[in-house]
Design a binder for this molecule. Structure first.
Ligand code: GYE
Length: 334
Protein backbone atom coordinates (compact mmCIF):
# COMPACT_ATOMS: atom_id res chain seq x y z
CA UNK A 1 0.00 0.00 0.00
CA UNK A 2 2.81 2.33 1.03
CA UNK A 3 4.70 1.45 -2.11
CA UNK A 4 1.64 2.18 -4.26
CA UNK A 5 1.22 5.52 -2.53
CA UNK A 6 4.86 6.36 -3.13
CA UNK A 7 4.55 5.44 -6.82
CA UNK A 8 1.38 7.52 -7.11
CA UNK A 9 3.09 10.48 -5.45
CA UNK A 10 6.08 10.29 -7.75
CA UNK A 11 3.79 10.02 -10.82
CA UNK A 12 2.01 13.13 -9.58
CA UNK A 13 5.26 14.95 -8.98
CA UNK A 14 6.63 13.93 -12.37
CA UNK A 15 3.45 14.96 -14.17
CA UNK A 16 3.47 18.29 -12.43
CA UNK A 17 7.18 18.71 -13.14
CA UNK A 18 6.67 18.04 -16.82
CA UNK A 19 4.00 20.75 -17.05
CA UNK A 20 6.23 23.15 -15.17
CA UNK A 21 9.14 22.41 -17.47
CA UNK A 22 6.82 22.85 -20.40
CA UNK A 23 5.64 26.27 -19.23
CA UNK A 24 9.17 27.58 -18.80
CA UNK A 25 10.15 26.10 -22.16
CA UNK A 26 7.28 28.06 -23.73
CA UNK A 27 8.51 31.26 -22.14
CA UNK A 28 11.97 30.77 -23.64
CA UNK A 29 10.55 29.80 -26.98
CA UNK A 30 8.65 33.07 -27.14
CA UNK A 31 11.89 34.74 -28.15
CA UNK A 32 12.26 32.28 -30.97
CA UNK A 33 11.50 33.49 -34.53
CA UNK A 34 9.09 30.68 -35.35
CA UNK A 35 7.20 31.09 -32.16
CA UNK A 36 7.01 34.85 -32.62
CA UNK A 37 5.50 34.42 -36.08
CA UNK A 38 2.72 32.33 -34.53
CA UNK A 39 2.28 35.15 -32.01
CA UNK A 40 0.44 34.17 -28.85
CA UNK A 41 -1.05 31.16 -30.57
CA UNK A 42 -0.95 27.69 -29.07
CA UNK A 43 0.73 25.41 -31.58
CA UNK A 44 -0.68 21.88 -31.76
CA UNK A 45 0.87 19.16 -33.92
CA UNK A 46 -1.62 16.44 -34.80
CA UNK A 47 -0.41 13.15 -36.22
CA UNK A 48 -3.46 11.68 -37.92
CA UNK A 49 -3.74 8.05 -39.10
CA UNK A 50 -4.85 8.81 -42.66
CA UNK A 51 -7.94 9.29 -44.81
CA UNK A 52 -9.04 5.64 -44.86
CA UNK A 53 -12.67 6.05 -43.81
CA UNK A 54 -15.63 8.38 -43.33
CA UNK A 55 -14.96 8.11 -39.59
CA UNK A 56 -11.44 9.41 -40.08
CA UNK A 57 -12.54 12.34 -42.26
CA UNK A 58 -15.11 13.33 -39.64
CA UNK A 59 -12.45 13.09 -36.96
CA UNK A 60 -10.07 15.36 -38.89
CA UNK A 61 -12.86 17.88 -39.48
CA UNK A 62 -13.75 17.84 -35.81
CA UNK A 63 -10.11 18.58 -34.87
CA UNK A 64 -9.88 21.40 -37.43
CA UNK A 65 -13.05 22.99 -36.14
CA UNK A 66 -12.02 22.76 -32.50
CA UNK A 67 -8.48 24.06 -33.05
CA UNK A 68 -9.33 27.09 -35.16
CA UNK A 69 -7.18 30.20 -35.44
CA UNK A 70 -10.12 32.16 -34.09
CA UNK A 71 -9.75 30.26 -30.85
CA UNK A 72 -6.02 30.97 -30.76
CA UNK A 73 -4.62 27.76 -32.18
CA UNK A 74 -2.25 26.90 -34.96
CA UNK A 75 -3.02 23.29 -35.86
CA UNK A 76 -0.44 21.38 -37.89
CA UNK A 77 -1.92 18.13 -39.24
CA UNK A 78 0.29 15.41 -40.67
CA UNK A 79 -1.35 12.53 -42.53
CA UNK A 80 0.47 9.26 -41.83
CA UNK A 81 -1.15 7.33 -44.70
CA UNK A 82 -1.77 4.54 -42.17
CA UNK A 83 1.97 4.04 -41.56
CA UNK A 84 3.51 4.12 -38.11
CA UNK A 85 6.91 5.15 -39.51
CA UNK A 86 5.31 8.33 -40.86
CA UNK A 87 3.77 9.04 -37.45
CA UNK A 88 7.13 8.65 -35.73
CA UNK A 89 8.67 11.04 -38.27
CA UNK A 90 5.80 13.49 -37.72
CA UNK A 91 6.29 13.47 -33.94
CA UNK A 92 10.03 14.10 -34.39
CA UNK A 93 9.19 16.96 -36.69
CA UNK A 94 6.77 18.43 -34.13
CA UNK A 95 9.50 18.19 -31.49
CA UNK A 96 11.98 19.95 -33.82
CA UNK A 97 9.41 22.68 -34.45
CA UNK A 98 8.88 22.95 -30.70
CA UNK A 99 5.09 22.80 -30.83
CA UNK A 100 3.25 23.35 -27.57
CA UNK A 101 1.26 20.10 -27.62
CA UNK A 102 1.35 16.90 -29.65
CA UNK A 103 -1.85 14.99 -30.40
CA UNK A 104 -1.39 11.44 -31.63
CA UNK A 105 -4.06 9.21 -33.18
CA UNK A 106 -1.94 6.05 -33.23
CA UNK A 107 -2.27 3.63 -36.12
CA UNK A 108 -1.15 0.65 -34.00
CA UNK A 109 -0.86 0.02 -30.27
CA UNK A 110 2.76 -1.10 -30.07
CA UNK A 111 6.05 0.66 -30.68
CA UNK A 112 5.73 4.18 -29.29
CA UNK A 113 7.98 4.27 -26.24
CA UNK A 114 11.12 5.60 -27.91
CA UNK A 115 9.57 8.54 -29.72
CA UNK A 116 7.28 9.41 -26.80
CA UNK A 117 10.32 9.54 -24.55
CA UNK A 118 11.86 12.02 -26.98
CA UNK A 119 8.72 14.18 -26.70
CA UNK A 120 8.79 13.91 -22.94
CA UNK A 121 12.46 14.85 -22.80
CA UNK A 122 11.60 17.91 -24.89
CA UNK A 123 8.89 18.77 -22.36
CA UNK A 124 6.02 18.50 -24.82
CA UNK A 125 2.79 16.96 -23.50
CA UNK A 126 1.34 14.22 -25.73
CA UNK A 127 -2.39 13.61 -25.86
CA UNK A 128 -3.47 10.30 -27.39
CA UNK A 129 -6.81 10.25 -29.16
CA UNK A 130 -9.09 7.53 -30.60
CA UNK A 131 -7.01 4.30 -30.52
CA UNK A 132 -4.82 3.51 -27.55
CA UNK A 133 -1.12 2.66 -27.23
CA UNK A 134 0.61 -0.08 -25.27
CA UNK A 135 3.47 1.30 -23.25
CA UNK A 136 5.65 0.15 -20.40
CA UNK A 137 5.50 3.65 -18.93
CA UNK A 138 2.16 5.47 -18.67
CA UNK A 139 3.99 8.72 -17.93
CA UNK A 140 5.00 8.85 -21.58
CA UNK A 141 1.63 10.35 -22.47
CA UNK A 142 -0.40 12.97 -20.66
CA UNK A 143 -3.87 11.55 -21.28
CA UNK A 144 -6.06 9.65 -23.70
CA UNK A 145 -9.61 10.06 -24.97
CA UNK A 146 -11.36 7.54 -27.22
CA UNK A 147 -13.68 4.57 -27.52
CA UNK A 148 -14.02 1.28 -25.70
CA UNK A 149 -13.61 -0.98 -28.73
CA UNK A 150 -13.97 -4.22 -26.80
CA UNK A 151 -17.30 -2.96 -25.49
CA UNK A 152 -18.41 -1.99 -29.01
CA UNK A 153 -17.69 -5.53 -30.17
CA UNK A 154 -19.47 -6.94 -27.11
CA UNK A 155 -22.59 -4.93 -28.01
CA UNK A 156 -22.55 -6.47 -31.49
CA UNK A 157 -22.14 -10.00 -30.12
CA UNK A 158 -25.04 -9.57 -27.69
CA UNK A 159 -27.20 -8.41 -30.62
CA UNK A 160 -26.16 -11.50 -32.62
CA UNK A 161 -27.00 -13.81 -29.72
CA UNK A 162 -30.42 -12.24 -29.23
CA UNK A 163 -31.39 -11.80 -32.86
CA UNK A 164 -29.65 -14.57 -34.79
CA UNK A 165 -29.61 -17.19 -32.09
CA UNK A 166 -27.10 -18.33 -29.57
CA UNK A 167 -27.78 -22.00 -30.32
CA UNK A 168 -28.01 -21.63 -34.14
CA UNK A 169 -25.41 -22.82 -36.63
CA UNK A 170 -23.98 -19.63 -38.05
CA UNK A 171 -21.32 -19.31 -40.75
CA UNK A 172 -19.53 -16.08 -39.92
CA UNK A 173 -17.24 -14.06 -42.19
CA UNK A 174 -15.13 -11.43 -40.54
CA UNK A 175 -13.64 -8.31 -42.15
CA UNK A 176 -11.02 -6.93 -39.81
CA UNK A 177 -9.70 -3.40 -39.59
CA UNK A 178 -6.01 -2.46 -39.64
CA UNK A 179 -4.19 -5.20 -37.77
CA UNK A 180 -2.71 -4.14 -34.46
CA UNK A 181 -4.95 -1.10 -34.05
CA UNK A 182 -7.04 -0.90 -30.88
CA UNK A 183 -10.22 -0.71 -32.95
CA UNK A 184 -9.37 -4.01 -34.65
CA UNK A 185 -8.06 -5.70 -31.51
CA UNK A 186 -11.12 -4.87 -29.36
CA UNK A 187 -13.77 -5.66 -31.98
CA UNK A 188 -11.99 -8.89 -32.99
CA UNK A 189 -11.55 -10.07 -29.39
CA UNK A 190 -15.26 -9.62 -28.75
CA UNK A 191 -16.21 -11.70 -31.80
CA UNK A 192 -13.72 -14.43 -30.93
CA UNK A 193 -15.16 -14.59 -27.42
CA UNK A 194 -18.66 -14.91 -28.93
CA UNK A 195 -17.54 -17.73 -31.21
CA UNK A 196 -15.96 -19.64 -28.31
CA UNK A 197 -19.04 -19.17 -26.20
CA UNK A 198 -21.66 -20.22 -28.78
CA UNK A 199 -20.98 -23.75 -30.03
CA UNK A 200 -22.94 -23.35 -33.29
CA UNK A 201 -21.05 -20.27 -34.42
CA UNK A 202 -18.33 -20.99 -36.94
CA UNK A 203 -15.82 -18.48 -38.25
CA UNK A 204 -15.43 -19.39 -41.90
CA UNK A 205 -13.15 -16.54 -42.93
CA UNK A 206 -11.32 -13.72 -41.22
CA UNK A 207 -9.11 -11.23 -43.04
CA UNK A 208 -8.11 -7.58 -42.87
CA UNK A 209 -9.59 -4.98 -45.20
CA UNK A 210 -7.51 -2.23 -43.51
CA UNK A 211 -10.65 -0.17 -42.79
CA UNK A 212 -10.99 0.89 -46.45
CA UNK A 213 -13.83 0.37 -48.89
CA UNK A 214 -11.51 -0.81 -51.70
CA UNK A 215 -9.78 -3.46 -49.58
CA UNK A 216 -13.06 -4.48 -47.96
CA UNK A 217 -14.40 -5.20 -51.43
CA UNK A 218 -11.29 -7.07 -52.51
CA UNK A 219 -11.26 -9.33 -49.43
CA UNK A 220 -15.01 -9.96 -49.70
CA UNK A 221 -14.66 -10.99 -53.35
CA UNK A 222 -12.20 -13.69 -52.31
CA UNK A 223 -14.42 -14.84 -49.43
CA UNK A 224 -17.51 -15.06 -51.68
CA UNK A 225 -15.66 -17.28 -54.18
CA UNK A 226 -14.72 -19.71 -51.41
CA UNK A 227 -17.88 -19.84 -49.32
CA UNK A 228 -21.37 -20.31 -50.76
CA UNK A 229 -23.00 -19.82 -47.36
CA UNK A 230 -22.32 -16.80 -45.17
CA UNK A 231 -24.97 -16.14 -42.54
CA UNK A 232 -23.24 -13.22 -40.85
CA UNK A 233 -20.73 -10.68 -42.04
CA UNK A 234 -19.05 -9.00 -39.07
CA UNK A 235 -17.45 -5.98 -40.56
CA UNK A 236 -15.20 -3.78 -38.41
CA UNK A 237 -16.23 -0.50 -40.06
CA UNK A 238 -18.84 1.02 -42.38
CA UNK A 239 -16.49 1.60 -45.30
CA UNK A 240 -15.47 -2.04 -45.49
CA UNK A 241 -19.18 -2.93 -45.27
CA UNK A 242 -19.83 -0.74 -48.34
CA UNK A 243 -17.04 -2.52 -50.20
CA UNK A 244 -18.40 -5.92 -49.16
CA UNK A 245 -21.91 -4.94 -50.29
CA UNK A 246 -20.53 -3.96 -53.70
CA UNK A 247 -18.85 -7.36 -53.96
CA UNK A 248 -22.10 -9.13 -52.98
CA UNK A 249 -24.17 -7.04 -55.43
CA UNK A 250 -21.82 -8.00 -58.25
CA UNK A 251 -22.37 -11.73 -57.74
CA UNK A 252 -26.02 -11.54 -56.73
CA UNK A 253 -25.66 -12.48 -53.07
CA UNK A 254 -28.36 -10.99 -50.85
CA UNK A 255 -27.84 -9.28 -47.50
CA UNK A 256 -29.44 -7.15 -44.83
CA UNK A 257 -32.88 -7.42 -43.25
CA UNK A 258 -34.42 -9.27 -46.22
CA UNK A 259 -31.25 -11.02 -47.42
CA UNK A 260 -29.32 -14.19 -46.65
CA UNK A 261 -26.26 -12.54 -45.07
CA UNK A 262 -26.84 -10.43 -41.98
CA UNK A 263 -24.40 -7.52 -41.74
CA UNK A 264 -22.95 -6.13 -38.54
CA UNK A 265 -20.95 -2.92 -38.88
CA UNK A 266 -19.16 -0.34 -36.74
CA UNK A 267 -18.88 3.47 -36.77
CA UNK A 268 -22.53 4.33 -37.60
CA UNK A 269 -21.46 7.27 -39.75
CA UNK A 270 -24.14 9.13 -41.69
CA UNK A 271 -23.61 6.86 -44.71
CA UNK A 272 -23.53 3.80 -42.46
CA UNK A 273 -26.76 4.75 -40.74
CA UNK A 274 -28.39 5.47 -44.10
CA UNK A 275 -27.57 1.89 -45.13
CA UNK A 276 -28.95 0.73 -41.76
CA UNK A 277 -32.21 2.64 -42.24
CA UNK A 278 -32.46 1.11 -45.73
CA UNK A 279 -32.15 -2.35 -44.14
CA UNK A 280 -28.83 -3.17 -45.82
CA UNK A 281 -26.85 -3.22 -42.58
CA UNK A 282 -28.66 -5.11 -39.80
CA UNK A 283 -26.87 -3.69 -36.81
CA UNK A 284 -24.49 -0.75 -36.61
CA UNK A 285 -22.47 0.04 -33.49
CA UNK A 286 -21.60 3.68 -33.07
CA UNK A 287 -18.01 4.84 -32.79
CA UNK A 288 -17.91 8.56 -32.12
CA UNK A 289 -15.25 10.51 -34.06
CA UNK A 290 -16.05 13.98 -32.72
CA UNK A 291 -12.99 14.20 -30.50
CA UNK A 292 -11.94 17.76 -31.46
CA UNK A 293 -13.79 19.55 -28.62
CA UNK A 294 -12.71 16.86 -26.15
CA UNK A 295 -9.03 17.23 -27.00
CA UNK A 296 -9.36 21.02 -27.05
CA UNK A 297 -10.84 20.96 -23.57
CA UNK A 298 -7.96 18.78 -22.35
CA UNK A 299 -5.43 21.27 -23.73
CA UNK A 300 -7.32 24.22 -22.27
CA UNK A 301 -7.24 22.57 -18.88
CA UNK A 302 -3.57 21.65 -19.15
CA UNK A 303 -2.79 25.27 -19.97
CA UNK A 304 -4.39 26.42 -16.75
CA UNK A 305 -2.45 23.83 -14.75
CA UNK A 306 -5.34 21.42 -14.23
CA UNK A 307 -4.87 17.70 -14.59
CA UNK A 308 -7.55 16.12 -16.78
CA UNK A 309 -8.47 12.44 -16.36
CA UNK A 310 -5.73 10.15 -17.58
CA UNK A 311 -8.20 7.99 -19.56
CA UNK A 312 -11.63 9.08 -20.82
CA UNK A 313 -14.04 6.81 -22.68
CA UNK A 314 -16.83 8.31 -24.76
CA UNK A 315 -20.44 7.06 -24.56
CA UNK A 316 -21.68 5.27 -27.64
CA UNK A 317 -25.01 3.92 -28.91
CA UNK A 318 -25.96 1.18 -31.40
CA UNK A 319 -28.63 1.00 -34.12
CA UNK A 320 -30.82 -1.91 -35.22
CA UNK A 321 -32.20 -1.66 -38.78
CA UNK A 322 -35.67 -2.64 -37.58
CA UNK A 323 -35.75 0.07 -34.93
CA UNK A 324 -33.78 3.06 -36.28
CA UNK A 325 -35.78 6.13 -37.29
CA UNK A 326 -35.29 8.80 -39.95
CA UNK A 327 -35.06 11.36 -37.13
CA UNK A 328 -32.02 9.54 -35.68
CA UNK A 329 -30.34 9.62 -39.08
CA UNK A 330 -31.16 13.33 -39.49
CA UNK A 331 -29.49 14.09 -36.17
CA UNK A 332 -26.25 12.43 -37.17
CA UNK A 333 -23.45 15.00 -37.37
CA UNK A 334 -20.90 12.85 -39.18
O1 GYE B 1 -13.69 2.56 -36.75
C1 GYE B 1 -12.47 3.25 -38.66
C2 GYE B 1 -11.28 4.12 -38.76
O2 GYE B 1 -9.89 3.99 -34.92
C3 GYE B 1 -12.15 4.18 -34.34
O3 GYE B 1 -10.54 3.82 -37.59
C4 GYE B 1 -11.15 4.27 -35.40
C5 GYE B 1 -11.42 3.39 -36.60
C6 GYE B 1 -12.79 3.48 -37.23
O4 GYE B 1 -10.61 4.05 -39.90
O5 GYE B 1 -13.46 3.58 -39.55
Amino acid sequence: MKKMLAVAMSILALTFASYTVRESRCADAAKDDKQTSAGAMTVVGFSQVGVESDWRMANTQSMKKAFSEKKGYKLIIKDAQQKQSRQIAAIRDFIAQRVDYIVLAPVTEEGWDKVLREAKDAGIPVIIVDRMIKTSDNDLFTCWVGSDFRKEGGTAVIWMEKNLGSDKDLHIAHLQGSMGSSAQIGRTEALQAGVSKNPGWRMVASDSGDFTQAKGKEVMERILKQYPQIDVLYCENDNMAFGAMEAMDEVGRTYGVKGATKIISFDATHAGLTATLEGKINFNVECNPLHGPRVEEIIRRLKTGERPAKLAYVDEAAFDATVITQAELDQREY
